[in-house]
Write a protein that binds this ligand. Structure first.
Ligand SMILES: [Zn+2]
Length: 325
């Protein structure tokens, strides 16, 4: 029997409280990008998209257990009390917002386990967060949780990240788990960790399934697509049965992308999304869990890029999975 597939998007207006720094609206991570991407997808897909609230009061205890399995207890307490290096002052509402974004990815994992193929948490993929500290606008590492939760259910997850900054938190937190991490990022960018910043093709720890592709400061679609081809080879060899994607849009061209100098366009992002969809259909029965990660052109390019990537994956997977039924 053919199951009519719907796209799931995780969103709450609470995400809009994610005002970091001094909270005066000047911080580059303007969460309006999540609201706009959700609107774009809702307008495009109508009844074929289901928007899910990450907050489910009935799941408060199990959500907190999931957070405690992922992060240091003291660090969690500090954040929920309103203290973090990512903002100034004591702001418990920001701790709650960080928690909501993490819960968003818990809901996304539940969706995948219940048979949904493509699910998107625009405020997910906080990929710099470490076990006991925040880093680079990231507080709780939701993708690490997702990978381990799916692995615990007997699946073979693989993580791919094309945010322009290295997915260092996920790479570290999943070290030794056997779960592959592929990161395509600028070699001269934050987090300036030399383990991830080496010449093209040299930054692999094959034994630990950690793969890194560095692009240059001004590189665009051509190099990005070359990296995507290399990623495809790794995914083909591993044959994951669920793909986790950090779909950062901060490699997008334009001067206002947090001083980014890369020049990716819709051409490169479409190519990348099609590769993920193709691998998901071939190996993972179409299962793709997507987090937004970075993107600092909040009113146009970032939400447009996310909607393009998520829509392309959903369209291809829906066609491909139905064809396989
Ligand atoms: Zn980034």
């Amino acid at each position: 029997m053919k199951i009519l597939q719907k796209l799931k998007v995780i969103y709450t207006d609470l995400y809009l409280k994610w005002q970091l720094g001094d909270g005066d609206g000047s911080h580059p991570t303007n969460p309006v990008r999540a609201e706009l991407a959700t609107q774009m997808l809702t307008e495009k897909y109508g009844e074929d998209v289901v928007v899910v609230d990450p907050i489910d009061p009935a799941k408060e205890d199990s959500d907190m257990d999931a957070l405690r399995q992922t992060h240091d207890e003291k660090f969690i307490e500090e954040v929920l009390a309103g203290r973090s290096g990512e903002w100034t002052g004591t702001k418990p509402e920001l701790g709650q917002t960080a928690l909501a974004m993490f819960k968003g990815t818990i809901r996304a994992v539940e969706a995948i386990l219940s048979g949904v193929k493509v699910v998107f948490n625009p405020q997910g993929a906080k990929h710099h967060a470490k076990y006991d500290r925040s880093s680079g606008f990231c507080v709780f590492n939701d993708m690490t949780y997702a990978a381990l939760a799916l692995q615990a259910k007997g699946l073979r997850p693989l993580y791919i990240d094309w945010d322009i900054h290295a997915g260092d938190g996920v790479a570290e937190m999943l070290s030794g788990t056997g779960i592959p991490r592929i990161s395509i990022h600028g070699g001269n960018n934050f987090p300036y960790d030399r383990r991830y910043q080496v010449p093209f093709g040299e930054c692999h720890d094959e034994a630990d399934h950690c793969y890194n592709f560095n692009v240059g400061s001004f590189d665009g679609d051509e190099i990005f697509m070359e990296c995507i081809d290399k990623a495809r080879e790794i995914i083909e060899a591993y044959k994951p049965d669920v793909i986790l994607l950090a779909a950062g849009a901060d490699g997008h061209t334009g001067l206002d992308n947090l001083s980014g100098t890369n020049t990716y366009t819709a051409v490169g992002f479409t190519y990348a999304a099609e590769m993920v969809a193709e691998m998901a259909i071939k190996h993972a029965d179409g299962r793709v869990l997507i987090g937004g990660a970075g993107g600092y052109q909040p009113y146009k390019e970032t939400p447009e890029t996310w909607a393009l990537v998520v829509g392309t994956i959903f369209d291809r997977v829906r066609e491909g999975v139905l064809a396989n039924d």
